[in-house]
Design a protein around this ligand. Structure first.
Ligand code: FAD
Length: 361
């Protein structure tokens, strides 16, 4: 069948779905994006929000065929707090980006491009259990981190819990990490375009007293308080080392639901950008797309193994000892070591342990 008459349906109007849509439409396909929410830009539970990620911006823009540089803003600083000990992490090629449907977001940039080139949208149109059994071949599923989508497809997922706060702030391109003892993951703040997003998350339920501890840390260390906090939970494809998969039955997966997420820090932006492009490629060259997908996710199982067998068992429960160790070595020396990533002496892939970003190729 000629490409021009080939119709493709993409489920999910978040970042990876929109990237797949742009690439396919440019290639002559008739593209319809179906989204369960009333608008584009990811789940309204979390978005608008701000995210932080290491990224090779130039190489990623080139790979996906879309110049995304106007919406990624290099972070000016990202202190990492181990108890009361502060270590300034290197921020070379670490970016803040806005998600959601505000004018300044990544999703708006992608959505505007979709509209300009003639991608069709159907909002309030969720992919359902019934529909998923009878999908036309080569439909693309880009449903992100929504637990019901994982259940519908039978993809193993890990449930996480957390407190979020978001809103306007007079602070830009700034971030921090907090490795408190009461969570298995971390607390982090990011801000860009005078908007902030703050998340304290864990693979176990997070108590109010844990949130109070985080709030007290924020006030003392960073002088920042937020009015509102909301308790949320969600899914991540980090339940098995086999999570990464490009194909599901006759359909193509992309974004976080394809397992294109780093199992250590849970960075998902880079994976969603790249696999949006790979999903589009899968319609014309399945084998090449599969090769590309494997190339980018080749470190997933090692990072998964490290997180589960070493980090959760021996390092994370003893975070106070890690703090003591940092104090012993001296935070300045630790910072010097961390800055080796900028000189190339430590491989750049260490920045996103489980999803290889483009600097590593
Ligand atoms: C709270 C939070 C904070 C995060 N912070 C960071 C960070 O700082 N850095 C980082 O690198 N990554 C971060 N991530 C991960 C990152 O957000 C994701 O990996 C990325 O958004 C995935 O993009 P996507 O295209 O796969 O999904 P999304 O952009 O989430 O889009 C998925 C879309 O599918 C839609 N959808 C869901 N179910 C259906 C259905 N049944 N039918 C139709 N549509 C459906 C959703 O409504 C949504 O619009 C964070 C994630 C969360 C949840």
């Amino acid at each position: 069948m000629a490409k021009k008459s080939r119709k493709v349906t993409i489920y999910g109007a978040g970042m990876s779905g929109l990237i797949a849509a742009i690439n396919l439409r440019r290639d002559g396909f008739q593209v319809t994006v179906k989204e369960k929410e009333p608008t584009y830009g990811g789940s309204s539970i979390y978005n608008p929000s701000t995210h932080v990620t290491p990224l090779d911006l130039k190489a990623t823009s080139k790979y996906i065929g879309i110049d995304i540089s106007s919406v990624f803003h290099e972070v000016s600083a990202c202190p990492s707090y181990f108890g009361k000990t502060k270590v300034l992490l290197p921020v070379h090629e670490v970016y803040a980006v806005e998600r959601g449907n505000r004018e300044t977001s990544l999703d708006t940039l992608l959505f505007n491009e979709c509209k300009e080139i003639g991608v069709d949208f159907e909002f309030d149109s969720p992919l359902t259990q019934e529909e998923v059994q009878n999908l036309p071949p080569d439909s693309i599923i880009a449903c992100g981190l929504t637990p019901s989508a994982y259940e519908m497809l039978g993809i193993p997922y890990l449930k996480w819990f957390g407190w979020i706060s978001r809103g306007e702030i007079r602070l830009n391109s700034y971030a921090w990490l907090w490795w408190g003892k009461c969570v298995t993951e971390y607390g982090y703040f990011s801000s860009v375009n005078n908007y902030y997003f703050d998340l304290l998350f864990s693979i176990k339920p997070v108590s109010k007293s844990c949130l109070d501890e985080y709030i007290s840390f924020m006030a003392h260390a960073e002088g920042i308080e937020h009015k509102d906090w909301q308790y949320v939970s969600g899914a991540v494809p980090i339940a098995s080392p086999e999570n990464p998969r490009l194909f599901w039955k006759n359909a193509i997966l992309c974004g976080t639901i394809s397992g294109a997420q780093d199992p250590f820090m849970w960075f998902g932006i880079s994976g969603a950008l790249i696999t949006g492009k790979i999903a589009a490629l899968a319609l014309t060259d399945k084998e090449k797309a599969e090769r590309e997908f494997r190339r980018f996710t080749r470190w997933f199982s090692q990072a998964f193994w490290f997180k589960n067998k070493i980090w959760y068992r021996f390092v994370r429960p003893n975070i106070q000892q890690l703090e003591r160790g940092i104090r012993l070595i001296g935070p300045k020396r630790v910072e010097k070591l961390a800055h080796l990533t900028e000189t190339g002496k430590i491989p750049a892939r260490m920045a996103i342990p489980g999803f290889s970003h483009l600097s590593c190729h």
